[in-house]
Design a protein around this ligand. Sequence first.
Ligand SMILES: Cc1ncc(COP(=O)(O)O)c(C=O)c1O
Length: 494
Amino acid sequence: MKKAKNESLFSKLAEMRHAGQTSFHVPGNKFGRGLSCFLTAENLSLEALDYTEIHGTDNLHAPEGVILEAQRDAARIFGARETQFLVGGTTVGILGAVLGTVPRGAKIILPRDAHRSVLSAVLMGGLKPVYLLPEIDTATGIALGVSADMVKGALRSHSDAAAVLITYPNYEGVACDLKSIIEIAHSHNTPVIVDEAHGAHFGLSGDLPETALSLGADIAVQSTHKTLTSLTQSSMLHYGTDRGLGLKHRISSYLAMLQSSSPSYPLMVSLELAASYYEAEGSKDMAQLLGLIEKFASKAKLLGYRFMHESMALPAGFAVDRTRLVISAADLGIDGYQLYQALEEAGVVGEFATPLYVVLIPSLVSNASDFNTLMASLEKIAQSTVSAVTIADSGLLRVPVLRITALPERAVSAEAALWSEQEWIPVAEAKGRIAGDFLIPYPPGIPLLAPGEIVSEEVLRIVQSDLGIQHKVNGLSDGCFSVLKMQTTSKKVK
Ligand SMILES: Cc1ncc(COP(=O)(O)O)c(C=O)c1O
């Protein structure tokens, strides 16, 4: 049946575009800025370049012409030995990199708060995950990531691990001490794969954390679409070392299996254009962005907003991405969800909220007018607040964060769980049962539970709290969750 016009995806997005909201969320191209300069010069739109593999257009899965050249240019621009374009986001890059590096059934060392694509790779490869529980900054509740000592300990106990995977930076822009981690892993001759989904812009300023490649990563996967200017779903996989390049043949095989055999030319062209923009204008525009942020932050702080990075106690070797705005209005008596909603009502759309703060993502094409709109909205919100409470008094820090604080117990492997007989039960009754699927609040896309793990009290508390209401939790449907029919045994899987 034909849908009413106002119910269609197209009409919804059209309505949103016509409303002219200001984007402080991904993608970084901010509705085409940074791409349009190339396209209007040629009087073209990206859909006019919706080609397929015909004479002259090359082939992503066996590039030897224009795609190979574009990838070579990108490698030079981003400081890689070689680069592959991805049309399935960093998600597919992580899947390819992990499956092509870690033999089936072997061990991989990784943070438990890795993105779901990493845990999906663990499942698909039948891998044995050696999880590290990231430290949490006590003042802000923000996850810091894993330390070099944790990786050292894991490599000592699991010297047979085939790879170390590190998230760098995390969603809140915290960049862990990757340099030390890489040194330790390499001293064990273990390759390091870096999920740099949120760090594609790091090479544009000395005031940002160093790039994973410059720190010696063997493989780094970047979401060019998140913080640079390509189209959503277009990412890059960079090989940084000989060790990384030695894995390329197998990673390429997996990428060819996991990605479409008809990769989108608009996506690939947008990657090439994003790299050109990065090279020609990137450093200048990033300097301008950092200037805008500095001015904006000093004004917003006078109104009582708190920039969470400044309240954090960063361990040595850690850094933060200054373009990732993690802002709390708790001192004005407003929680993160209320602030997000008030901003949205004022026409400013952020990336996501937690009980304590909102995360806003400007990019190198964000301009003074975007920041003026944001500032005006924050001024209005600050004026309309009635109560003033301190962060400590607000109780917000006692609200469970979006992450678990203890490693879950695993009863069976993720793959075995997925293939076991399952039943849907109300999540409230799931304590102690074995998860049949992932349970993932979006954003940030970090699984609270993976298949095969035992549903803990903590996970239930999180999904039944405000968080479960405010966030879309993938895996939950009408308050029900899929668990294994098999009951928990006390035997833990190693
Ligand atoms: C840390 C992290 N890694 C990987 C991904 C996947 O990236 P993509 O959206 O490019 O597939 C995301 C997406 O949000 C992420 O936050």
